[in-house]
Structure formats: C-alpha cells, structure tokens
Design a protein around this ligand. Structure first.
Ligand code: ZN
Length: 416
C-alpha cells in the first residue's frame, strides 16, 4: 500500500489507527519499505527511505496506552533496517517456523471448514503424513483434494483424495499420459530399485514408503520414504546412509546396463549439497574440524549479502572440495558394493516395478527377506478411477522425488 505513495500515507494510517483504537495495524511484507537504509538495489535516498523515516517517527511518537498494536510480517528479517527493530518500535520478534504435527492438524482443520470431508476422515493422519509442509501447502492440499473429490463425484473428501493431493502438492501431478519407451521404463525401474534396495538394506535410513515408476512432475520415478515423526536433527550415520541411497540410482543403472543416463542429476545435486554442508557447516569432517567455512546464512538474497566474501583461504577451499569428493566417492563405493552383492534382489525389484509400477515398503521388504513378494499388488490401478482405499492408515510423506530442485531430503532419480 505504501510503495509509490509515500510518507504521507504512513502518517494517515497512524492517524486512522489512533482514531479507531483499540485496533491492530498490520503491515505485510515490511521489507518493501523497511529495508536497510543506504543499501540495496535502486539507490539510497529514494522515496522508500522517506517512507521508512516516517514510519520510524510515527512509531516513536506512539505510546502503549493508545490501544494500537502494530504487527508487521516479512520473510527477510535479514535486510530490515536495524532501527525498526529497536525497543520502542518493533520490540518483539516472533519467528514463525514450519508447523509441527499438532500445528499442521490445526491448520488443516481451519482450511477444511470450507469443504466437506467424508465421514471418519481423520486430519491427524494427514498431519502426520505431511512433515515439512508449510501452511500454504497444507491449504493447497485441502484445495486439491476438494477438486479431486468433485471430479470423482464424491459427496465428501476421503483420505484417498487427501493423500493424492498431498503427493501432488509436494511432487507434482502424476503424468500417466507421458509416453515412455520400454527402454526408458526399464532404466527408470532399475534406477528406482537401486534407491529402494539401499533404503531397505542400509541401517540409519527412514522407512521406505513407496517406490514408483509413474512419472510425476519433472521426474520419471520416485522412491519415497517416510520419517516416523517430525525430525529436527540428523545424525552423521543417517546423512552418510542418505548419501549412499542417493548414489543407488546411478549405480543400479551401471550394474544393469553398463552405461548410465543423465537421470541421476537430481541425486547428484542433492548429495553434493548434503556433503558440502556436512563439511562446511556441520563440522562432520575430521580433517576440517568443527569450523564453519563460508557464510551460510539462510537468507542469501540480493541486497546486503551481495558483497560477503569467503572467509577461508584458497588452500582450505581445495581441502573442502577434496573432503566433499571423498564423502561422495565413499558413498558411491558403498552403494556399489551393496548393490553388487544383492544383484538378484535388484533384478526382482526392477521387474516387479515394471509389472506393477508402484510398490510399497512392505513389498520391497518381502523381496529382500524372501526373494519374492508375498502379497503382490492387485495389478495396475485403473487410471483416474474410483477411489482406492488404502488398507493401512495412510502414512505419508516422504521425500524422494527424483527431481532436481526440491526440498531437503528428497531423493530419487530419473531424467527430468
Ligand atoms: Zn535417483
């Protein structure tokens, strides 16, 4: 509201606030006017600066007895002018983190008020299945589920729609229509089988949820695992295992075909990022010790951070690169050794994927333990048809898109 209108508008607003007290003045995206003065792109002494000055002056002349509370929101606390955050102005800062399981359930409850849920749908189940989802994503889950239910002529949204919507919001829509050659399908099946088998065989991994060769979003297949609960830390053993799992797709292609595709791009990118953070941020390299290398602010955007320099020497930079490389090489060797030793299982999983397209964790477990599935899936599900009720409470979530960009913890592989 302020941009381009200026300081007088700020004074007006406070005037109005005082008149209508008690009231709350809420300023969204405060960084638009509250940016650090004398910095930033677009020059210093511009109108925005006057607007900010007006805001500061008004806030100073304000007293707590007037019954006006000022709240502002931003995603960029790092670029705010420090004057704004001084006591007497905005004197409390509240960080709004991603919601935990309880929070997600409440958020889902709010958004589902506008839609009709089928009898017996338990939003707590959905909340458990959506770790790492933001409020906006949860709203989107409900919305997508409502659309799905409408398309299926259902009277209310069932868990099946919620689960499908959740997957869609996180990993993109299934693209069943994408025509793949047999060769590509086989390659994807081996690639995903490699991830899945390692996830099942290695210790310190999350439980395998689902593996599929149905294309989704930009990926041709995905291996999904599901954390048993919200997780805020990762042990080194878990990170090393996840690196090995990331390598599994590429290694499986190599073992099966003696050649590789570019489908491991997302895996490589993700593994490299994890390894680098282990070395540079998390002190998990013995050689480099518990030192932070570089500036790893979470908010690296234009503006203030643009000129930050590296804080270590050229020699250290080389050492970091070597350590990252070592972590990745070791993960690759570990993946290769395990998959080579279990080549028979890799073949069974890949073949089963070609036949059934999607397997769940318990089916992979059967193959690992018994060499075959004890409860094979009923066959390929009819496309877009009636709801398929999950036999188990739909746990969900996971991470594993075989895609390049997504969230922390994703995994998978297949040509984007
Ligand atoms: Zn992969």
């Amino acid at each position: 509201m302020f941009v381009g209108v200026g300081a007088s508008r700020v004074r007006d607003m406070f005037e109005q606030g005082k008149k209508s007290a008690p009231c709350i003045i809420f300023i969204d995206e405060i960084d638009a006017v509250g940016r650090h003065r004398g910095h930033g792109v677009g020059g210093g002494h511009d109108e925005r600066e006057q607007t900010l000055n007006a805001l500061l002056v008004e806030m100073d002349g304000f007293d707590t007895q007037e019954g006006v509370i000022i709240i502002a929101a931003t995603n960029r606390p790092d670029v705010l002018d420090p004057a704004l955050l001084r006591p007497g102005r905005f004197d409390r800062q509240i960080t709004v983190n991603l919601p935990d399981v309880k929070g997600r359930e409440e958020i889902l409850r709010v958004h589902s008020k506008k839609v009709k849920l089928a009898e017996g749908v338990d939003l707590a189940v959905v909340a458990r299945g959506t770790p790492g989802y933001s409020g906006a994503e949860l709203a989107n889950v409900i919305n997508e589920a409502a659309l799905l239910a409408a398309r299926r002529n259902l009277k209310g949204i069932t868990l099946a729609e919620l689960e499908e919507a959740r997957d869609k919001v996180r990993w993109g829509k299934e693209r069943r229509s994408l025509a793949l050659s047999e060769k590509e399908k086989t390659n994807t099946a081996y690639h995903e089988a490699g991830h899945a088998l390692l996830l099942e065989l290695l210790e310190h991994t999350e439980p395998l949820h689902k593996v599929t060769i149905i294309p989704r979003g930009p990926s041709l297949g995905s291996t999904m695992w599901l954390p048993e609960e919200d997780k805020y830390t990762n042990r080194k053993a878990e990170l090393l295992a996840s690196l090995a799992v990331s390598m599994g797709g590429r290694v499986a292609e190599e073992l099966a075909f003696g050649d590789v595709t570019n489908g491991a791009r997302g895996d490589i990118k993700m593994a490299t990022a994890t390894a680098r953070r282990m070395v540079c941020e998390w002190g998990m390299s013995e050689k480099l010790g518990m030192v932070e290398y570089g500036d790893h602010e979470d908010y690296v955007f234009l503006g203030r951070d643009i000129s930050r320099a590296r804080d270590y020497s050229e020699a250290t930079a080389e050492e970091i690169d070597r350590e990252v490389r070592t972590l990745l090489d070791e993960a690759y060797q570990r993946a290769k050794q395990i998959l080579t030793a279990n080549r028979d299982k890799l073949d069974v999983i890949a073949k089963a994927l070609l036949e059934f397209e999607t397997l769940d964790g318990s089916q992979i477990e059967d193959i690992v333990k018994h060499g075959r599935m004890l409860n094979p899936p009923p066959g390929i599900a009819p496309r877009g048809g009636e709801k398929m009720e999950p036999e188990k409470p739909p746990k969900q979530v996971v991470v594993a898109p075989d895609v390049t960009p997504p969230l922390p913890g994703a995994l998978g592989g297949a040509p984007a």
